[in-house]
Design a protein around this ligand. Structure first.
Ligand code: APR
Length: 227
């Protein structure tokens, strides 16, 4: 079977990383528009760097949970062709041994807004840092902000078009374009399943809804597929 899995913040919640939409529109106490938009970065790069430096440190200290490990097993086992697409910017799927498409970028990466160079992010980034490639002081976290185009969309669209099974795991389905993947997969003839702590606002679009904690529900679902 060709399987496409989309993951969101709920996958890493039990590794101690906060989800986004559980705190009344605030994102770890910050206004999303100030810390996750190009305009917010232009207005106060210091604040935005501080925010991502803290998130990078928390992600680096976190460990994968049973849900990350189950997805890595599903991919490594090789019985199915598995494309993992994540909106998460932590590296916990990789830490579990999986290979994932990071459509929203990665905290572990730095990006030069002037020349497009990418390199591993240092622990602390700041507005005074110079790009190692062109020297411009336009260094930013390699994450995709609101109003920007997610990475590797053509590859993801191609995988959805060929999918027999699509699963959305630990994502509220409120952020586009990822929210539209279920319809793209269904249009292509895939069976669709949502695995989440609670049924989301998009539950009606899925053939099957599994409600539970990712660390329990995902290993059980993977066991079904490998059974
Ligand atoms: N197991 C399964 N699901 C969980 C768990 C858990 N232990 N804990 C929380 N959830 C669910 C929540 O119920 C919620 O529906 O995970 C979902 C997380 O939703 P969001 O916080 O909206 O995160 P996500 O969908 O990944 O956000 C998408 O928005 O802020 C941007 O770029 C950011 O990638 C992010 C995007």
């Amino acid at each position: 079977m060709r399987i496409v899995v989309l993951t969101g913040a709920g996958l890493s919640a039990e590794s101690g990383l906060k989800t986004f939409r559980d705190a009344g529109g605030l994102w770890e106490g910050q206004d999303v528009m100030q810390v996750a938009t190009p305009e917010g970065f232009a207005a106060d790069p210091e604040r935005v760097h501080r925010f991502y430096n803290a998130r990078r440190a928390r992600a680096a200290a976190a460990a994968p949970n049973d849900a990350h490990r189950a997805l890595a097993r599903l991919q490594a086992e090789g019985r199915h062709e598995v494309t993992l697409v994540t909106q998460n910017v932590d590296g916990l799927l990789e830490a579990a041994g999986a290979e994932a498409i990071h459509m929203h970028g990665e905290l572990a990466g730095a990006l030069c807004a002037a020349c497009g160079a990418r390199w591993p992010a240092p622990e602390e980034m700041g507005p005074a840092d110079a790009c190692p490639s062109c020297g411009a002081r336009a260094v930013r976290p390699d994450v995709v902000w609101f109003g920007e185009v997610p990475y590797r969309m053509e590859e993801i669209a191609a995988a959805l078009e060929r999918a027999d099974l699509f699963a959305a795991i630990g994502t509220s389905g409120e952020v586009w374009p990822a929210a539209g993947f279920v319809e793209a997969a269904a249009d292509a003839g895939a069976e669709t399943v949502e695995i989440n702590l609670e049924p989301t606002g998009r539950r009606g679009l899925f053939d099957r809804v599994i409600t539970g904690r990712a660390s329990e529900a995902v290993p059980a679902w993977v066991a079904e597929l490998l059974g």
